[in-house]
Design a binder for this molecule. Structure first.
Ligand code: SF4
Ligand code: SF4
Length: 186
């Protein structure tokens, strides 16, 4: 009775396909009434974990003096060779100079075409000058635009949510041309 057994096997297969399809669809349909996670960014703020390692910012101290002392430790620690620094000496008094130390970074660049956001530079920095911010908007038209200079990285601090300059930092923050990141840190 090979024909009868073929019919039975085909029927079993149809039942199995129907069962697994119904099982899959039940999972799909169960999510339809659930709360949607889609965010209409950038019109709506996006939630970012505080531990997220985004584009860096270079920090300044309470007096608005650049914290970087151009020690090159971050560049040495970088496995992607993404950091370029030119150090310089500023012999002026503390009140006049731009850095908190006589030695400062005349040029400081990070190439985000190379950076892998490993955080080694942040860990290596003895003055907490280089930090990860939360920016993830990196879309540009040319590779050259992925190289961010010192002014851009300094200004990035003031774009972070909840970060406001004190009286001594206001002049520096006023140079910021780009708006705050539309994000909520959680
Ligand atoms: S995060 Fe890592 S790859 Fe990026 S600049 Fe720092 S050390 Fe280099
Ligand atoms: S950012 Fe930090 S580690 Fe890098 S050169 Fe400046 S002080 Fe040194």
């Amino acid at each position: 009775m090979p024909i009868l057994s073929d019919i039975i096997n085909a029927a079993k297969e149809v039942i199995e396909v129907a069962r697994t399809t119904a099982q899959g669809m039940s999972v799909t349909l169960s999510h339809i009434p659930a709360k949607k996670d889609t965010v209409q960014y950038p019109d709506e703020p996006v939630q970012i974990y505080r531990r997220f390692r985004g584009e860096h910012f270079l920090d300044v101290n309470e007096d608005g003096k650049e914290k970087c002392v151009s020690c090159f430790l971050c560049a040495a620690a970088c496995p992607a060779d993404a950091i370029y620094i030119e150090g310089a000496e500023d012999a002026r008094s503390y009140a006049e100079r731009i850095g908190q130390d006589h030695r400062y970074a005349r040029v400081y660049q990070i190439d985000y075409g190379r950076c892998i956001l490993c955080g080694f530079c942040v860990d290596a920095c003895p003055t907490d000058a280089i930090n990860h911010g939360h920016n993830f908007e990196w879309a540009v038209y040319t590779p050259g635009e992925m190289v961010k200079d010192k002014d851009y990285l300094l200004a990035n601090k003031w774009r972070e949510p909840g970060v406001e300059p004190n009286e001594k930092q206001k002049a520096l923050a006023a140079k910021q041309k780009l708006g705050k990141f539309n994000m909520i840190l959680k």
